[in-house]
Design a protein around this ligand. Sequence first.
Ligand code: ES4
Ligand code: ZN
Length: 322
Amino acid sequence: MINPVPKAELHLHIEGTLEPELALSLAARNGLALPYASADELRAAYEFADLRSFLNLYYRLMEVLRTEDDFADLADAYLERAAAQGVRHAEIFFDPQAHTGRGVPLEAVLGGLGRALTGAAGRHGVTTRLILCFLRDEPVSSALATFEAARPWFGTLITGVGLDSAEVGHPPAAFRAVYDLARDAGLHLVAHAGEEGPPEYVTEALDVLGVQRIDHGIRSMEDPALVARLVREQVPLTVCPLSNVRLRCVERLADHPLPAMLEAGLLVTVNSDDPSYFGGYAGDNFDAVRRELGLGEAELRRLAANSFRASFLPQEDKDAYL
Ligand code: ES4
Ligand code: ZN
């Protein structure tokens, strides 16, 4: 790590931190068979044509997560790695429907994540937030049922909602009702938009869902009027450079729009998305953009400052980092 600058991680799916070694050991612990004999064999399967092909492996592999201890071990391993890469604050997504849909109780998921996150400040020097994501390629009725089931954890463990999974063909507006409920419950609101989907999905997430941040948002750059609005309103965009290359949203890192986004005055941050699958954690993403995009010290400091500004930390905590 060349640049372990203190930073906040704002776009991180906890299920996407499942490293091959942990997947194999959890499979063994739970008496499950995986069609991969070794971590290297598993890693060799990490070759993706697009978001859908990644999601297929992501959902397949998370089947090894069964018990409260599994979720605690997953999150604790992530937080230890994040701390080593300069992450001081992590706002973590999880996909409850991907677990309850295969029979894992919400109590096991949240019991395990809660245990790891509660201990993270003391164990790893990392403060945390947890954001419940709805799967946009599942029915809205499932999102609503998940939201109601998670109510006991609102305001304590869960402090926001998001929207993820297969984007194209699943515009944000369908989820208006559940976002209205989340706003009424005092939760923060974010959504993935403009990763593979068009700039119109970004506008919809802002206008119909009322989100405070856009996850990815790189395709906003295709619409100058939208860019002007995002700059004017200083809407944070949680950009994930290595993810964009691995999922072929961007052909090569050298072609990534991040420098143009900074130049335009957008409130962009650099994040890791699914670090086990995409080649690196937060610090690795910072290193990659410094190396491949020629960003200088001033721009890296700006990205780190943006990560705290765009976080859901209280202002006095942000001020301590800025
Ligand atoms: C995701 Cl990269 C990405 N996009 C949408 N949903 C996701 N879930 C996990 N990673
Ligand atoms: Zn994501």
